[in-house]
Ligand binder design. Sequence first.
Ligand SMILES: [Mn+2]
Length: 319
Amino acid sequence: MTGYDIIGDVHGCASLLTRLMGRLGYRVGESGAYEQPGRQVVFVGDLVDRGGEQLQVLETVKRMVDSGSAQIVMGNHEFNAVAYDTEHPDRPGEHLRPRSEKNTNQHRAFLDQVDGEARAGYLKWFAAMPLWLDLGDIRVVHACWHEPSMRVVEEALGSNRFSAREQFVRASDTEDPLYEAIEVLLKGPEIDLAKHRLEPYYDKDGHPRSRARVAWWRENATTLRQLAVLDGNFRTASGEAYPELPDVTVDPAESSYTYRGDVPVFYGHYWRSGSPEAGSDYTRRSACVDFSAVKTGNLVAYRWDGEDEIRPGHYVLSA
Ligand SMILES: [Mn+2]
């Protein structure tokens, strides 16, 4: 393989995917799948959720993976779909992801659009997706490349993918170390602000939050201000702008997430907006490819041609 095209979270946007495949130079081959000699697509997961063309996205992508013109890693929405579908072996009627009104509503678009036998087939496919891919010259994961979490997964699963229902049961048990490892890889690590004696912040819906995302992609980040990202339009309880986080050094466990590899890592998940920006969307060795396709109408890929440092000119936008 001479090159990889890493494609961000598709979230059921089949038309954008078609347009992006064209821009990247893929054509439908005899097998019925998009292909391009010498190149392979790598999807970062989250094919489903939200968008209106989920079945079409699944058909297109699975055909590519089956024919060998693409690879894929699992996103948190594929994991959630499997957990929502899987009954707890010891608690009949209960599912690994509880079928609460909130979870069901979040999942509605997938349940409505992907039905019956097709759903069963795709869930089986989701369940077996690798949680990360180390392709030698590049690495791909849905949310965070974190080797200690990968070691926990390998210990529990025997590899980088699930192979038994029992493993999903463990991954859904908040007391099990596998739960946290999967959270880190598929949803990204978080810092507890209360541990730093900081007040919760309030998101745009007025919900208090005490956890901040870790900007694991920021090179050389060591202080709380450098490492933590608050979500959305954050305010204090009294409605004022939340103060800048203190520039204090965090403990080694919290800064262990910082990516220090020499190999470029590609990830999605973070709902970035606008066009790729140095420092927040890409660094020398990392590039986010999720630019909120379902919200912004812009599905994004990174066209990798062998470089060991990210080149912003290699981003390709569907829009
Ligand atoms: Mn995601």
